[in-house]
Design a protein around this ligand. Structure first.
Ligand SMILES: *[C@@H]1O[C@H](CO)[C@@H](O)[C@H](O)[C@H]1NC(C)=O
Ligand SMILES: *[C@@H]1O[C@H](CO)[C@@H](O)[C@H](O)[C@H]1NC(C)=O
Ligand SMILES: *[C@@H]1O[C@H](CO)[C@@H](O)[C@H](O)[C@H]1NC(C)=O
Ligand SMILES: *[C@@H]1O[C@H](CO)[C@@H](O)[C@H](O)[C@H]1NC(C)=O
Ligand SMILES: *[C@@H]1O[C@H](CO)[C@@H](O)[C@H](O)[C@H]1NC(C)=O
Length: 250
């Protein structure tokens, strides 16, 4: 098969895998203002709830296991006269306002599966995104690590933003190897790095000399790892190296 065609098919396959990944949520049974709730989620999870589609909505509904709780903050906040944005920084493309909403306040909560705006200073229960990062302290090759994450969690971690890099830097200190596998692989023929989630490498944090020059893959393919100490930057390694690794929970 033509190599470029093969590569495109592979990319399509990888992208559809990432679409199967379902976002997960964690309901917090405490009353906090929107900003306090945001801080809490960022410290303990990753952020206040982000909702991108109907699947997310169903999952969000499921996380509300206590049916007596009716109002919950989600991570949606007004940033301009008519602009709403997710706390995670993502643009709000999917919106599910109740009829007549939003009115004239700056933060959003969910009631009966629909969204209403409320003053941010109200105290409400809330829902966090539950995409945790798990450092697995076993020494595996990249392919074994990928399989392990997909069987036991969601995937090898894709570090597609500075926020995730910061969280990786926090957890990677627990590792027992000098470098730790990320979900980053090199397509030698195309001289290109991609995340296992199918995303392009837009944000990057390579150590000098790594990731930017063509790799020599005559013996082995190369994969990306993050240093567990020092600058905690990304390095390129042969895939047979046995390292600890980081799985994502979403
Ligand atoms: C949260 O606030 C509601 C309404 O003000 C109150 O009924 C409930 O007991 C509070 N729950 C907690 C866990 O503080
Ligand atoms: C979420 O639950 C509410 C009732 O609790 C329901 O009205 C709504 O349709 C549900 N939404 C989804 C997407 O399941
Ligand atoms: C993994 O490798 C590191 C560094 O070589 C070593 O210190 C650690 O004990 C190994 N862990 C396991 C579970 O074999
Ligand atoms: C990649 O980075 C590591 C760590 O800084 C360095 O030792 C290595 O030489 C770099 N690789 C290349 C090809 O420059
Ligand atoms: C790539 O590595 C192989 C094996 O180490 C070596 O024989 C070959 O010359 C290298 N090719 C390039 C372009 O550096």
């Amino acid at each position: 098969m033509d190599q470029t065609l093969f590569f495109i098919l592979l990319l399509v396959a990888l992208c559809s895998v990432s679409e199967c990944v379902q976002r997960q949520y964690h309901f917090i049974y405490e009353n906090k203002t929107w900003t306090e709730a945001q801080r809490y989620c960022r410290e303990k999870y990753s952020d206040l709830a982000t909702v991108d589609n109907m699947n997310d909505m169903n999952e969000l509904n499921k996380s509300l296991n206590d049916k007596s709780v009716r109002f919950v903050w989600i991570g949606l906040q007004k940033t301009g006269s008519d602009d709403w944005q997710w706390s995670s920084g993502e643009p709000a493309l999917y919106l599910n306002w109740a009829t007549g909403q939003p009115e004239n306040t700056d933060c959003a909560m969910m009631l009966n599966g629909e969204w209403h705006d409320l003053p941010c200073s109200d105290n409400q229960h809330f829902i966090c995104n539950n995409n945790e990062l798990i450092v697995v302290k076993e020494n595996l090759t990249w392919s074994e690590a990928l399989r392990y994450c997909r069987q036991n969690h969601v995937d090898l971690v894709s570090v597609h933003s500075e926020e995730i890099q910061r969280r990786v830097m926090n957890v990677v200190k627990r590792a027992s190897t000098a470098a730790v596998w990320l979900g980053l692989h090199n397509y030698c023929i195309m001289n290109m790095w991609l995340w296992v989630s199918g995303e392009m490498v837009c944000y990057h944090n390579w150590a000098p000399g790594n990731g930017t020059t063509p790799e020599n893959c005559s013996l082995e393919n190369r994969k990306g790892a993050v240093q567990s100490g020092g600058d905690q930057r990304w390095i390129s390694l042969p895939e047979s190296h046995k390292l600890n690794f980081i799985c994502s929970g979403y």
